[in-house]
Design a protein around this ligand. Structure first.
Ligand code: CMC
Length: 435
């Protein structure tokens, strides 16, 4: 749409100004309205950023109407089939898939940084045993900024890359440590001879603090494959709430570990990454198939705050391609683990009823990635309160890629939205004795 423009006319003064339309390489073009306030003295009102592009990005593309998700141009279905998570993390950060040498070096770079400082490890002792693992992850990742601050130069691309590798390396260690703390088991040190997902499963489930699981329990390669797939599907999703948070905090020049900690906090909410945990809580609450109609009716009642967790998406309006991949994987994993989990049967019953219901059809509400991911995590033996932490490990790949992209663009301004002020007009304050 080069050279096209959007003409805005003020109906009061008759003044009109053309605003340039910036061409996207795929998908919707964007009107550059940065001069609007200068031209007309007013702002645009767009709570929830329904129609606002907050940045330019080359990382991820989503077409919500057609259920398309591309990382750096590659369809998510192909990446899920041909790659492991670390290859995808490399792709997100660097723009291209690695060759064998690049992948080996990147793997080493990440796993070399998986160990956490002994003092940081002791932070976990300060948490009560029932602290939520997301709360511990937010705090401990944020605390990395206390270990890496004074010698960090965020204007230096090499230093930024080290931060990104450090975050990718340490996230699984911190996540597993938060789980071990909550169940009172000793911390397991990372093993650099294992793959990324295998090492994580070992740190989670090893019986002692030193061994590789133990002689009678080995890590099932199918589980490693499943985890890789889940991590790939969750690795990035363009300007979602947590990634936008990382960018907003990062735009002030803040310490990158503090930025990622803010991203984890944003992810925790049930409308975002916390939905995978909320789905399991909801399924337990519904209890059995007979109760499904009652809960569907509640979800449709605008006076009832209950929503079907794992349904609906701001961008996907026909199907979530990640959910399509996970749905079939759900069957495979449950067959493999021989887990006749009644919650999965219940989930399928909800899905079937909701997909035929006029309310859900009209509002274009379909199962999203989190509807199935929790069920798979449960089958893999991951505790329910760790589900969103799993999402955070994977999404760290996207967060660091976006942070690197933003920091590499010298023209990125500080994020600073405006508002429609509806408070009192200016008035005088009097001392309490005169009120
Ligand atoms: N159950 C029942 N009604 C719903 C649901 C739902 N899950 N989701 C949306 N609606 C209704 C909503 O009440 C509204 O109705 P009305 O037009 O009468 O006001 C309409 O559909 C549009 O919803 P919205 O909240 O304006 O849509 P949104 O784009 O702002 O929100 C959402 C998207 C994902 C926050 C929302 O669909 C939701 O809360 N879903 C449940 C939570 C969930 O599964 N979140 C995970 C998202 S995928 C993981 C990720 O990428 O973070």
């Amino acid at each position: 749409m080069a050279n096209e423009a959007l003409l805005i006319k003020h109906t009061g003064s008759g003044k009109q100004v053309e605003y340039p339309i910036l061409s996207a390489s795929m998908g919707a073009d964007t009107v550059d309205i940065r001069a609007l306030h200068k031209d007309f003295g007013c702002f645009t009102f767009d709570p929830g950023f329904i129609a606002t592009a907050s940045c330019k990005s080359k990382i991820t593309y989503i077409d919500g109407d057609n259920g398309t998700l591309l990382y750096r141009g590659y369809p998510i279905e192909q990446l899920a089939q041909h790659c492991d998570f670390i290859e995808v993390a490399y792709l997100l950060m660097n723009g291209e898939l690695p060759d064998a040498t690049q992948l080996r070096n990147f793997n080493e770079e990440i796993l070399d940084r998986a160990t956490i400082h002994e003092s940081l490890r002791k932070f976990f002792d300060g948490f009560h045993y029932d602290a939520h693992p997301m709360a511990m992850s937010i705090s401990v990742v944020g605390s990395l900024s206390a270990f890496y601050h004074s010698d960090l130069d965020i204007r230096d691309p090499v230093s930024r890359r080290v931060c990104a590798a450090r975050l990718l390396g340490k996230m699984p260690t911190i996540a597993a440590a938060s789980f071990r703390h909550s169940v009172g088991r000793p911390f397991v040190y990372p093993r650099i001879d294992l793959g990324y997902c295998e090492n994580f499963l070992n740190m989670m489930f090893s019986r002692s603090s030193q061994t590789y699981i133990d002689q009678n329990h080995y890590i099932d390669p199918e589980f490693v494959k499943a985890l890789n797939l889940l991590f790939i599907l969750h690795a990035d999703h363009e300007q979602n709430a947590s990634t936008s948070t990382v960018r907003l905090v990062g735009s002030t020049g803040a310490n990158p570990y503090a930025c990622i900690s803010a991203g984890i906090a944003a992810l925790w909410g049930p409308a975002h990454g916390g939905a995978n945990e909320a789905v399991l809580t909801m399924l337990s609450e519904i209890g059995n198939v007979d109760n499904v109609p009652k809960y569907i009716a509640r979800a449709k009642d605008s006076n009832d705050p209950f929503r079907l967790m794992g349904f609906g998406h701001r961008v996907y309006k026909h199907f979530d391609p990640r959910a399509t991949i996970l749905r079939s994987m759900c069957h495979d994993i449950l067959k493999k683990t021989r887990s006749n989990d009644p919650l999965f049967e219940l989930a399928l019953a909800i899905e079937e009823i909701a997909l035929k219901d006029d309310y859900f059809i009209e509002k274009k509400l379909y199962p999203n990635v989190d509807f199935y991911s929790g069920i798979i995590y449960k089958a893999l033996g991951i505790p329910v309160d760790m589900f969103t932490v799993m999402f955070a490990i994977a999404r760290t790949a996207g967060w660091v890629a976006h942070w690197l992209e933003m920091m590499g663009d010298a023209s990125s301004p500080i994020g600073r939205p405006r508002q429609l002020y509806l408070g009192p007009e200016q008035r005088d304050c009097v001392a309490i004795k005169d009120r």
